[in-house]
Design a protein around this ligand. Structure first.
Ligand SMILES: [Zn+2]
Ligand SMILES: [Zn+2]
Length: 342
């Protein structure tokens, strides 16, 4: 019997889970963002402005849904890394670590901001959105203890927390392997990938999974639309499966993991049958399975549209990557094998 890991009988909605508007440092208005993304075939947009959580439900229609979201930062005050900070640059933000998290409200109209120091808002007290903000008063510090408290407060207040762009943030494994309460890793941030060429963080995801963390992986554009251009747009999508385009159904799918993420290829089906995991996809040049150990067995070729891999409980978990001829990846979430086979 087939056990579908991505639900078979639902609609698939294309989402951008990371986006900035004029409310922080983006250059397009929420209305312009909706227009651009809707035109490109997106159904879901999380306008995740820096430090300002906003309800954009006035933009919603039958074919378009906004997620109430915000991006948080916590930065290092006394840089200790990289080891060779140029002289005179100590404390410069470009040489300091930071951690960024996207928060997604489970309740669309929940605009109470947890773990927020009102004195540290984007643009400071002059930000016109800051005056009406409802928040607690939490002093963020760049320590794992304080960052985990930020995540806990966010979870307790009803938010899913995504860990963003670890490479751009200069984060190291001693840090991200100690994070608790994450919903997802942003496995591709398209804007920072364009800047760095190494923001495909699948290596980080495996490092987390092999260390015993269990979380999903998602993608986002992190578009700021400089000069209103769309160069940072449409590169990292999360495909979410649900019966209908309703806020609670989309959040439920996000919580249950009924999604995959992609920079190009599409996954048409993912299921377990007869002790194997099987995948149907758009034309690929490679399909990879990654597990806890060194059990790699890739499909390499042209126009691959199906792959299947034997599952064995001792390999603990697996995740699958589909790569197209342009080198663009689609990633499934990770799954525990013991839950899937008898
Ligand atoms: Zn960021
Ligand atoms: Zn961002």
């Amino acid at each position: 019997m087939k056990k579908f890991l991505l639900k078979e009988d639902c609609n698939w909605y294309r989402a951008n889970l990371h986006c900035h508007s004029v409310i922080s440092d983006g250059q397009m208005t929420p209305e312009e963002l909706k227009e651009a993304y809707k035109k490109e075939g997106y159904s879901i947009l999380a306008i995740s402005d820096h430090e300002i959580l906003a309800d954009h439900s006035d933009l919603d229609d039958d074919e378009f849904l906004t997620l109430t979201a915000v991006e948080y930062s916590v930065g290092e005050m006394t840089p200790k890394y990289p080891a060779l900070v140029p002289k005179g640059k100590e404390g410069d933000w470009q040489y300091s670590k930071t951690m960024h998290f996207n928060l997604f409200a489970k309740d669309q109209h929940n605009t109470f901001q947890p773990a927020t120091d009102v004195n540290c808002l984007w643009g400071g007290a002059s930000n016109k959105y800051a005056a009406s903000l409802k928040c607690d008063n939490f002093k963020r510090e760049y320590t794992i203890k304080s960052i985990n408290e930020l995540i806990k407060r966010s979870n307790d207040a009803g938010f899913l927390v995504q860990y963003n762009h670890p490479y751009w943030s200069l984060n190291t494994r001693d840090e991200y392997l100690n994070l608790k309460g994450l919903w997802s890793l942003e496995i591709l941030n398209y804007a920072t990938e364009l800047e760095t060429g190494v923001e495909e963080a699948s290596y980080v995801y495996d490092d987390m999974l092999r260390s015993g963390m269990m979380l999903y992986c998602s993608m986002g554009d992190d578009n700021h639309n400089p000069g209103k251009s769309l160069v940072q747009s449409f590169g990292g999508s999360t495909m979410i499966g649900a019966d209908e385009l309703k806020y609670d159904k989309i959040i439920k799918a996000m919580e249950e993991g009924n999604f995959y993420c992609t920079a190009g290829p599409r996954i048409h089906a993912l299921y377990v049958e007869d002790g194997k995991v099987k995948i149907d996809c758009s034309e690929a040049s490679a399909v990879y399975i990654n597990e806890i150990g060194r059990t790699f067995r890739p499909y390499i070729g042209e126009n691959i549209t199906h792959a299947e891999f034997d599952l064995c409980p001792e390999n603990v978990f697996f995740r699958i990557t589909v790569r197209d001829k342009y080198g663009r990846n689609a990633h499934t979430n990770a799954y525990y094998i013991k839950d899937l086979i008898d």
